[in-house]
Each structure stands twice: as C-alpha cells, then as structure tokens.
Design a protein around this ligand. Structure first.
Ligand SMILES: [Zn+2]
Length: 302
C-alpha cells in the first residue's frame, strides 16, 4: 500500500487542501475530492502517479464541507462510487442545504472558491455508519465516527494510519503549529474532545489531516490540539461574556492566534497560510454560535 499526498493548489496556494491517493493491490482509491475549482490540480497530481480520473472507482469523504467534498458529484459522473457519513449523505444527493449553509459563511465568494457543486446520484453513494468497513482495491478502511468539527465527520482508519479530515485540526508541512477550524453551525467542543480521545486510543502511527499532509508525532499533536480547543473556546467564551461585538472579537481572536504563532516561532507568511486555510472570522463565528446557545440556556435555567 502506498499513500500519496496530492496538493490541490487551492487558489494557487500550496499546502491548503490535500487529497490522498491510496494505491492498494487492486488499484487507486481517493480520499477527499476537494472542490471543483481544484479538479485540474487533482488531475495533474493523479497523472504524476500514472492515473487518470477514469481509474478512480472509489472516493472516500471525511465530511461534506466543500473543501473536502465539493467535487464528489463530478467524480460520481466519472463512474466513481462515493462513501460518506450517513448524516452527510442526503446533502450530497441534494446539495441545496449544503450550499445555503456554505453561502452563509462565504457569501459572494462561493463561486470563486468552490465552483460547481454537482449532486451525487443516490446509487453512486454509500452512507457509512461508525465502524463500517469500506473494502476497495484490496484495502480495508474503517469509518470512525469523529464529530466535533462537524456532526457528520468520519476519520478513516487504514492499517495503522488514519485519514483524519478536520478532526485532527490543521498542521502545515514543516510546522509545529496546530490550528483548529471551528466553523458554524456544527462545531461542538465536547464532541470534538471525545473524538480526540478516540483517535488517541487508536494508537495510530500517523494521521493525515486534509490540511495538510502526514503528521507522525500523533500523540503530541493530538494533545496539543486538545489543549488548543480548550484555549480557543475559553477565549471566545470570556469575550462574549464581556459583551464583545463580532468585529472586535474577530480582531482580538486574530491577535490572540498571532501571539500563539509567534510563540511557536511561526513567521507572518506562514501565519497567513494558516489563516487562508482556516479564516479567523469563520472560527470565531462557529465558537460564538456554540457559546451563544449554551450561555442562553444557562441564563434561562438560572
Ligand atoms: Zn470541514
């Protein structure tokens, strides 16, 4: 078995979105489709390993966010079978709600960022449940339900590694800095921390976050992410309780994150690469939504 990281060169930038090409005894499997806007880079990446799109018969998706799954319908039209979490599956068959939800975050940038989002025909799609095995090309992937970034999120275990989607956070090649993407509307702190415990218990030799590439110091990475989740959530909670307005909170959160990057000796250019992968406004909006609901519930029950 060979695993290759394909750089989808999102918006012309390196190391923002990956897809993984896994070559088993029976041929190639793709983990993550990326969005339609990066299909040309994906095609180039496949060709570098001697494959063309028609060779891809199986596409596994960690979740349905457009940077991971936007091109799923295109792959289905090429004859590939698509595998995704059962809670995400209906939104690939009919992407209208997915597009509405993404448009709330990205507004007029939708087309430029993600391009065309085609529906996946229902007979080209397998909805996965926790523990399901995907047997493809002589490989056996196990779906691990790992909510937190999104409710409909799987990591895929393959032998002693796992394709982690966004549940293992963001870590750019050559960097020790970890970043946490907490978008609305499904970010859930407790669920995410349980998912990290679960991943830790898998005793993996390596994880492959979609942003970006292999992480081999798995235990240290997951511990760092766990602490970061707590810190990021705590920061936003405290600012909300102090009555911070959205624009101020975004500026403060960005400054807090920049100070964190400085502490890890991360320069401004690399910091901007992290910010392109995980925009601060998006994470602030996800954390604010999460806390607003909980703080409201606390107020109304006291
Ligand atoms: Zn995501």
């Amino acid at each position: 078995m060979d695993v290759y990281t394909l750089d989808l060169q999102f918006l012309g930038l390196p190391h923002v979105i990956a897809a993984y090409l896994v070559v088993g005894p029976g041929g190639p499997v793709l983990v993550e489709s990326g969005p339609s806007t990066t299909l040309e880079s994906l095609r180039v990446g496949l060709a570098a390993h001697g494959y063309e799109p028609a060779d891809i018969r199986h596409v596994l998706l960690t979740h349905i966010h457009l940077d991971h799954a936007g091109a799923a319908g295109w792959w289905a039209r090429q004859g590939a079978h698509v595998y995704v979490h059962h809670l995400g599956a209906p939104h690939l068959v009919d992407p209208s709600k997915l597009l509405t939800s993404a448009a709330r975050i990205y507004g007029p940038q939708m087309e430029r960022l993600w391009g065309e989002v085609l529906a996946v025909p229902v007979d080209c799609l397998t909805a996965l449940y926790d523990g399901d095995q995907v047997r493809a090309c002589g490989l056996s992937f196990t779906a691990l339900d790992t909510p937190g970034h999104a409710r409909h999120h799987h990591a895929f275990r393959l032998e002693d590694i796992a394709f982690a989607g966004d549940v293992a956070g963001i870590r750019l090649p050559g960097s020790r800095l970890v970043s946490v993407p907490t978008p609305p509307p499904e970010f859930d702190l407790e669920a995410w921390r349980r998912s990290l415990e679960r991943l830790s218990a898998e005793k993996l030799a390596a994880v492959y976050p979609t942003h970006f590439g292999v992480v081999s110091d798995v235990r240290e990475h997951l511990d760092t992410l766990d602490r970061l989740l707590d810190e990021a959530a705590g920061f936003v909670r405290a600012r909300l309780q102090a009555g911070a307005a959205r624009e101020d909170l975004i500026a403060e959160y960005t400054a807090w994150d920049r100070a964190r990057a400085n502490a890890w000796q991360v320069g401004e250019e690399e910091f901007q690469a992290y910010a392109a992968t995980n925009p601060h406004f998006m994470s602030v909006d996800g954390l604010s939504r999460y806390w607003s609901k909980r703080l409201e519930a606390e107020t109304s029950s006291s």
